[in-house]
Design a protein around this ligand. Structure first.
Ligand code: SAM
Length: 284
């Protein structure tokens, strides 16, 4: 059997009684044209290894395999999907490996070694809303860079997608924008209407692609997290006030970074935060 000859997803869900669990952020995509489109946007995948988070009944998984991925490793928390995923593995000629785990926990390189994947991989996922941001932050704050992936193609709530790509100067520009735009080039590809999901969520979603910048401007990670947390934690205050929570005098830091003390966090572009992180790292 080939991927295209598998039964429709709705039939799989009904025959296996795979009703969605709200607690696991389950909203399924049943339109295989849409999942194929997302897989295409994650590509080119021909001959590449892919990590998918939360395959569920496997709509996106099918798309990734049909687009020519060499191997797909799918991390899923809900064991009810294992039989449906085993059917996809068989139809793909054994190119799908499934790991029953919480995607926030694993050591990805160890999993790749166990399942025969070669880094860097492409990551593709229709993420569960409740863990999507945490997962992205985990990946973006990898201690060594470039990490084990070179692109991330991910479905988020539209509001989170906007924060990821937000330009400096606006209300949506924040810690997530700084982290994402420091180490990747991020763009929103297209919106997905609630009616595309079963059950439909209450908000519009969007597919975002982040491409790794292999040699981003250097910045000490812990210091970057500290300065962005202090600055955006009190985003209405001027930096000379908000950065006091760092426990050092903010003025020499701002001076070393070449940033006006009267600016607010949302007015500082990404390179400004990197310079601030270097200054903080050097002085505390
Ligand atoms: N990819 C499928 C689709 O597009 O139809 C399902 C997407 S659904 C929004 C999210 C999936 O992630 C569910 O299958 C859910 O069980 C799984 N999931 C939720 N939390 C998870 C976690 N912490 N680690 C791994 N998978 C998780």
């Amino acid at each position: 059997m080939s991927i295209d000859a598998l039964p429709p997803l709705r039939a799989v869900i009904e025959s296996m009684d795979l009703w969605a669990k709200k607690s696991l952020g389950q909203n399924f995509l049943l339109d295989l044209n849409l999942t194929r489109r997302i897989a295409r946007e994650a590509g080119p995948l021909e001959g590449r290894d892919v990590l998918e988070i939360g395959p569920g009944p496997g709509g996106l998984t099918r798309g990734l395999l049909a687009e020519g991925a060499r191997r797909v490793l799918a991390i899923e928390r809900d064991e009810r999907f294992l039989p449906a995923l085993a059917g996809i593995d068989a139809a793909s000629g054994g190119r799908l490996a499934v790991e029953l785990a919480d995607a926030l926990a694993p050591d990805e390189p160890a999993l790749f070694a166990r399942h025969g994947l070669t880094a860097p991989v492409s990551v593709a996922a229709n993420l569960p809303y409740n863990v999507g941001t945490a997962l992205l932050i985990k990946w973006l704050t990898a201690p060594s860079w470039p990490s084990w992936f070179d692109s991330l193609t991910l479905m988020f709530q539209r509001e989170v997608a906007e924060r990821i790509v937000a330009p400096v100067g606006g209300k949506t520009y924040g810690r997530l924008s700084v982290l994402a735009q420091w180490r990747t080039r991020a763009r929103i590809l297209f919106d997905v209407h609630p009616s595309a999901f079963v059950p439909p969520p209450s908000i519009v979603s969007a597919v975002v692609r982040l491409d790794v910048i292999p040699d981003p401007e250097p910045a000490p990670l812990a210091a970057l997290e500290a300065v962005t947390q202090a600055a955006f934690g009190q985003r209405r205050k001027m930096l000379r006030a908000s950065l006091k929570t760092l426990g050092v005098d903010p003025l020499p830091l701002l001076d070393a970074a070449g940033i006006e003390p009267t600016l607010r966090a949302e007015q500082v572009p990404v390179p400004g935060f990197l310079a601030l992180a270097r200054a903080f790292d050097a002085r505390h």
